[in-house]
Design a protein around this ligand. Structure first.
Ligand code: MSP
Length: 654
């Protein structure tokens, strides 16, 4: 029996509004990792929750004319409903208004105060209420919050201060000696420079509002909301009274957080723990943001995507899959409806759905749906079996190290390999030859066995999909009782009676009245009828050879006509031009290496072709949101691909 422990947390979310797809991103990733570790036989504590105190919440409740508690209760219940819909199975949900948390926070404060690391003084400075963050004047940007860009307020009040500067050297040493403490590496470097630039003692209490946990030694003050919130990770581990639970679960293995709150988790939080003489979490992983149209999602910009509407339209697993596969873990990623549909069609409907469909269809045809005993095997069969077995252990080591995208890519490589195996072994040809019946049995066994292993491997990420495949395979053992050891090749029992069902991922067709080049709409604004579901294309018995792409692959690339509105050189880069272009539904900037071939004035008014859905990049500090197409000869002659002025900007090239 594996006695390893794994404690993973998400941030606890502010109930200042309903959650959007960005919040769902962190939670779905944490849920999948937690499910994986459970599957691998570890004892897991997966914690999420709600950060309910603070000035922001108090003001919102007041504006709505309700008591803060009444206000947060209603919103927090929508959090829990969303997690349920997304199949997020947390082990604990910490609400900061719960008595157990209240006690933990007051104990932490009291202990640090008794140690002499908290003292009373007066705070005069700036405060960003949306971020609940104190700022010194020199850090402001154009007088606004450097994190969110919103206005800050000048506050002057008596406060308790935490001597965090005292711990700076110890923290730097810890970061240096524990390379896994802050990940990914780029964020570690950022945090180290932040600490080295000098830490100010932190204001840890407020007196100008009441909605918080009182300072135990001075009830006129409420504890600063971040001090309160960070402590939730200890609350869930049983702090301060449940010593056995604490010994079992602390320190946490992974705090998964968005990059904007790394500072709190890698500077303030470890210093609180140092002051308490408690060990530090093993890893704080700062993931990137999910952008919408390459812009941060925010209510004020009106571009938040409501996960509930997406679930209504697409189901849960396409969304879970998209979030984990499309976004490179640690970096920013873009959400778009089109990308979601294309991912679903390519990876889920085509690759996985068709593998299941065509395998079980052939099993029905050649063996009445009953798994045969494997018989004659060729080298290719043996090589295929080898590539399937052992993947479970490989994924476990990738996931222990938080290599989420690589792990999913490996599963899809296996699915691709299995589809290719069908083409290589052509069961339809074996079936025609009496002498090949033994080989046919082996090939069909290998395929169904691979599907069984794929079902096990995808379940932590896509629980509904795993269950659907499992049901079609007709295996009598319960899926929930399966473990990593069951991913060993050969455990499928011959004579299992499969139950082929409908395609598990019907292809999603873009409706004819939906402009093909249209950028994704926030789901809240998207037409409910924008997509329709059509049955999966019949499984082709022979698929494309290696190296060839499908039409779906091609359509991942959104090529459109763009009109050049302005063009100018990029300072300090003699090969680059900066173009402002109209792509039909708005203007954007691209940077192109064409300065040696075109003068800026030659470009204005031209209609060129651009890749519209390319990940934005910065070139010499200039944002480039797309790439233009040009042909070039080996000797360096370059000519832009363009169309006549009759083609309106935004027209799709296909
Ligand atoms: N209450 C604090 C966290 C306290 S933890 C001790 C807070 N709450 S929040 O509601 O604003 O949630 C922030 C978290 O939501 C981010 O750190 C991130 O995990 C997630 N995200 C919110 N928007 C996001 C995106 N657009 N993209 C990815 N994650 C995002 O900060």
């Amino acid at each position: 029996m594996n006695t390893e422990r794994f404690y993973i947390s998400t941030p606890i979310y502010y109930p200042s509004d309903r959650l959007h797809i960005g919040h769902a991103y962190t939670t779905v990733v944490a849920d999948s990792l937690a499910r994986w570790h459970k599957f691998a036989g570890r004892k897991v504590l997966f914690v999420t929750g709600s950060d309910e105190h603070g000035q922001k919440i108090e003001r919102i409740a007041k504006a709505k004319g309700v008591q803060p508690q009444e206000y947060v209760d209603a919103i927090v219940s929508t959090f829990k409903q969303l997690w349920k819909r997304l199949n997020v199975e947390y082990d604990d949900f910490v609400r900061t208004t719960e008595p157990r948390h209240h006690k933990a926070v007051q104990t932490v404060f009291q202990k640090i105060y008794e140690k002499g690391d908290i003292y009373k003084s007066t705070y005069k400075g700036w405060y960003c209420t949306p971020c609940e963050t104190f700022w010194v004047e020199t850090k402001l940007q154009d007088g606004n919050c450097p994190d969110c860009g919103r206005p800050v307020e000048l506050v002057e009040e008596e406060s308790y201060f935490f001597k965090i500067s005292k711990y700076a050297d110890r923290l730097l040493k810890h970061i240096e000696e524990n390379p896994d403490f802050i990940r990914p590496e780029s964020r570690r470097n950022e945090m180290v420079s932040f600490v080295k630039s000098g830490l100010e003692d932190l204001c840890v209490s407020r007196t100008t509002f009441d909605w918080g946990i009182p300072v135990p030694i001075d009830e006129r003050h409420v504890i600063y909301v971040w001090f309160d919130a960070l402590t939730n990770y200890l609350t869930a581990a049983g702090y301060p009274d449940d010593h056995a639970r604490l010994a079992e679960w602390w320190p946490a293995d992974v705090h998964l957080v968005g990059k904007e709150i790394m500072r709190f988790h890698t500077i303030i939080w470890p210093i609180i723990l140092m002051a308490l003489d408690l060990p530090l979490p093993k890893t704080v992983f700062g993931h990137g943001w999910l952008l919408f149209d390459n812009d941060k999602m925010s209510k004020s910009k009106g571009n938040v995507v409501d996960p509930n509407l997406l679930i209504d339209e697409f189901g849960v697993d396409p969304i879970r899959y998209f979030l984990m596969r499309e976004v490179s873990f640690g970096q920013d990623g873009n959400f778009s409806r089109r990308a979601l549909i294309e991912r679903t069609n390519a990876d889920l409907a085509n690759d996985l759905g068709n593998l299941l469909n065509r395998s079980l269809a052939m099993l029905n045809k050649y063996f009445n749906g009953v798994v045969p005993e494997p018989k004659d095997a060729t080298d290719l069969d043996r090589e295929f079996v080898q590539s399937v077995g052992g993947l479970g252990a490989e994924l476990d080591s990738l996931l222990k190290d938080l290599h989420l995208n690589e792990a999913l890519a490996k599963i899809w490589q296996l699915i691709g390999r299995a589809n290719k195996y069908i083409d290589q072994r052509a069961p339809w040809a074996l079936a025609k030859d009496e002498a090949s019946q033994g080989e046919l049995a082996t090939v069909m066994y290998n395929l169904v066995e691979t599907l069984r292993i794929v079902a096990l491997l995808v379940t932590p990420f896509l629980p509904e999909t795993g269950a659907k495949i499992w049901a079609q395979l007709g295996i009598s053992e319960s899926l929930t009782e399966q473990t990593l050891a069951d991913t060993e090749f050969g455990r499928l029992k011959p004579a299992t009676v499969t139950k082929k069902g409908d395609p598990i991922f019907p292809r999603i067709e873009l409706k004819v009245d939906e402009p093909e080049g249209e950028e994704a709409q926030p789901a809240a604004e998207a037409k409910k009828t924008a997509v329709s579901q059509a049955p999966a294309a019949p499984a082709a018995e022979a698929q494309s050879e290696d190296g060839l792409i499908t039409i779906d692959d091609f359509f991942k690339c959104e090529l459109v006509v763009a009109e050049v509105l302005e063009a100018e050189p990029v300072k300090g880069a003699d090969r680059l031009l900066k173009l402002q272009i109209d792509v039909g539904d708005g203007r954007r900037q691209i940077v192109a290496g064409i300065a040696k071939h075109y003068k800026p004035e030659e470009l204005v008014g031209r209609r060129i072709i651009v890749v519209k859905n390319l990940k934005p990049a910065k070139l010499r500090g200039e944002l480039s949101q797309g790439m233009l197409l040009a042909a070039s000869t080996p000797d360096g002659k370059l000519e832009l691909v363009s169309v006549s002025a009759n083609m309106p900007a935004g027209s799709r090239v296909k």
